[in-house]
Design a protein around this ligand. Sequence first.
Ligand SMILES: C[S@@+](CC[C@H](N)C(=O)[O-])C[C@H]1O[C@@H](n2cnc3c(N)ncnc32)[C@H](O)[C@@H]1O
Length: 401
Amino acid sequence: MRLEDVQALTSADGQDALAAAATLAASSPLVAAEKLRAQGFSPALAAAALTQAELRRRAVAKFGPDAQLMLFTRAGLEQATRAPVARRRAERLAAAGARRVADLGCGVGADTIAFARAGLRVLAVDADPVTSAVTAANVKSLELDDVVLVEARDATETPLVAVEAVFCDPARRTSGGRRVFDPRAYSPPWDFVTALPARVSNTVLKLAPGIDHALLPKGAEGEWVSVDGDVVEAAAWCGPLAEVPRRATLHRGDQIHELTGGGDRQAPVGPVGAYLYDPDGAVVRSHLVAELAEQLDGHLLDESIAYVTTGSDVPTPFARKYEIIDRLPIALKKLRAALRERGVGALQILKRGSAHDVDELRRQLRLEGGASAFLALTRIAGEPAALLLRPADGPGGAAGR
Ligand SMILES: C[S@@+](CC[C@H](N)C(=O)[O-])C[C@H]1O[C@@H](n2cnc3c(N)ncnc32)[C@H](O)[C@@H]1O
């Protein structure tokens, strides 16, 4: 999108074009463009409105009904925080007493909007003029422009004098759209990002879920967030905002579950029990498996593998739960015979600590029966192992993920 497209889309004519484009989802792009031009919209405005209509449809998953009032860039939508995650963060920052926050690298404004709705005044900054114009348009259409100031400027040159909190969600993609995994390739630069807590102690950094714990600012709380089982981000809560060393925050439907702890404990190891728990990725990434095992009164099957086992059935939102039916031989022929004997034709395979190629194994097993089953490939006390499972999540469990 170009700056002139943002200007055109926010004009009265642009609003009409957007409304007309929204009704053309069923038409092919060519036909839709022709219909808009037939209604008197310029080719450029018709194209921009149709692109927005498509992005708005996709954005509903992240933004809900707000999407229909917002503008997006493609990259901005991909990188935007999901609304419930942004809301949770904003409410926590507001509860900590912050009143004015700088959102450095605000993108299309997902976090800015959440901060404003949580009662904070926001200085929203993005170095990209189109992206900051999009944020300005978004806060205006959501009627938040009286509490949000949007500026097109480099975060590294933004004075932080009038704010008592900073949020920074650095871009983790190249200009070509490829993800970057090395924080040193983030923009604004990593050195700038990690120096923020020394300038404004109430700093929150949004980071990639794969971030190395050693890279978190000293003393920061590391939070890993999942939505319906997918780990979507990590955040570092710095200075007085750090409440615990590690937190796993799970959004499941409308519910939020949090597990907290020290993050560096080793869970006890013991024998195979009656149940196997496959922890949510946020629990694993936040190194809180020992805390989960303790909560379940369980233990690990292997000191380096994140499966927890218990003797009795304990409901938990923090892991998928399976009943352990049997321990099967791991060697291909014996495994095939054991599964055929049970009439298993459809096999879902989980793995932790196994190098098996799951699809290849499924092909090699050539199963044909009418029964379905779950198999966990893992290690037990250092030895490769296969466990036959039956899902056991009841109400309140993690099955809905
Ligand atoms: C990951 S996105 C932010 C997404 C935003 N939190 C949201 O949820 O909508 C990062 C943004 O930082 C901006 N950015 C990158 N380098 C910057 C810099 N030096 N100063 C200001 N903004 C920058 C990019 O243009 C991009 O829009």
